[in-house]
Design a binder for this molecule. Structure first.
Ligand code: NAP
Length: 330
């Protein structure tokens, strides 16, 4: 019989809501407990998504012996603290992106997971989307020849609020760690570690980065051009330019992604990937439970070495563009 895994939610904010509604669709996931800094908020969240237990502190959640896997849905600034809390109490962790504020923090998380022999994975949900897998397959099999250039963006106009995690430096504010991470992910997955990085950034009045343009250069001649912003809206798409055509992957909204495959004669094929029942977060949760069923301590599809590379690349981008967080000093 398939084991049912007891999930715990740490932080009852916006993404925790979407994740919980997706988790409910999985037969081997038990929505067991949720925890908030506020007892009443946790109780309301539990009622809405039918969690059996609710806790008014994160420490009570990790102390519950029946919790198997904890999904960390707090701001990036708190991912290390909360991941360590879970791992040191023997709980498997699926931690939201960005994995941490910097490599120093993510290295500590990875070392702790290895030391404790406990499962840890970054919740980089797009890695598990069929649209992404389709593009990966086209590129790896050189269906359109070699991929030589990438152009990728993610932008939305986020109303300015100095307290909000999007602009608050204490909470890791700025477009890079929140949404610029997706274009960076796209380039790293296809081309690996860049040899050279150049950036320009625009900052908000809190000192948080509001818009950024990034160039990756590779010694083999490959180039990636990546952008993110909280000041404008963009198409939120990635294009992979190959010798004999190009592939475009475009987020169409919640649970829907389009892939266009264009050859050099301007003939195109269009594929749509839709999840009418979910936001698409159920796939990462399914993968975590598959790993747990096999007693793995990290994902073979999204290994901790990739999260370390992603964080190191974000550090290099920040160094070049002057993005600083108070947490860097600790
Ligand atoms: N995968 C995706 O598609 C996706 C989408 C959006 C966000 N995210 C990621 O998910 C994380 C959370 O984003 P969100 O949009 O859900 O944020 P949010 O709505 O602000 O929720 C964050 C939650 O974290 C908890 N928290 C703990 N310490 C906090 C502090 N000092 N200040 C503020 N909140 C604190 C709060 O929960 P309690 O009050 O219940 O304790 C809060 O509700 C971020 O790292 C973000 O990058 C991922």
């Amino acid at each position: 019989m398939t084991k049912k895994w007891n999930w715990g939610i740490l932080g009852c904010g916006s993404i925790a809501e979407k994740f919980s509604s997706d988790l409910k669709t999985l037969p081997n996931a038990n929505l067991y407990a949720c925890a908030s800094r506020s007892k009443s908020k946790a109780a309301k969240f539990a009622e809405k998504f039918t969690y059996a237990k609710s806790y008014g502190s994160y420490s009570e959640l990790v102390a519950d012996p029946l919790v198997d896997i904890i999904y960390i849905a707090t701001p990036h600034s708190h991912h290390m603290e909360h991941t360590l809390l879970c791992l040191n109490n023997g709980k498997a962790v699926l931690c939201e992106k960005a994995f941490a504020i910097n490599s120093k923090q993510s290295d500590k998380m990875i070392q702790t997971a290895k030391k404790q022999g406990v499962f840890l994975m970054e919740a980089f949900w797009t890695r598990f989307q069929p649209a992404f897998l389709k593009v990966k397959d086209i590129l790896e099999n050189k269906v359109l020849g070699e991929t030589k250039m990438i152009r990728s963006d993610f932008a939305f106009n986020g109303p300015f609020d100095p307290e909000n995690r999007l602009y608050n430096l204490d909470l890791g504010g700025g477009s890079l760690l929140d949404i610029g991470i997706y274009p960076v992910f796209a380039a790293l997955q296809a081309f690996g570690r860049p040899d050279e990085i150049k950036t320009v950034a625009q900052f908000s009045s809190t000192g948080s980065e509001e818009s950024i343009a990034i160039l990756f250069k590779y010694d083999n001649g490959h180039i990636a051009s990546l952008q993110s912003s909280f000041a404008v809206h963009s198409d939120t798409q990635s294009e992979y330019w190959c010798e004999n055509g190009f592939v475009r992957i475009k987020m169409q909204g919640i649970g829907s992604t389009k892939v266009e495959i264009w050859n050099s004669n301007n003939k195109s094929e269009e594929l749509e990937f839709n999840y009418p029942e979910t936001h698409g977060y159920h796939l990462e949760a399914m993968h975590v439970m598959d790993c747990m069923n096999e007693n793995l301590t990290e994902s073979p599809l999204l290994p901790l070495s990739f999260s370390a590379l992603l964080m190191e690349t974000l550090d290099r981008i920040r160094d070049d563009s002057g993005i600083k967080f108070p947490a860097d000093k600790t």
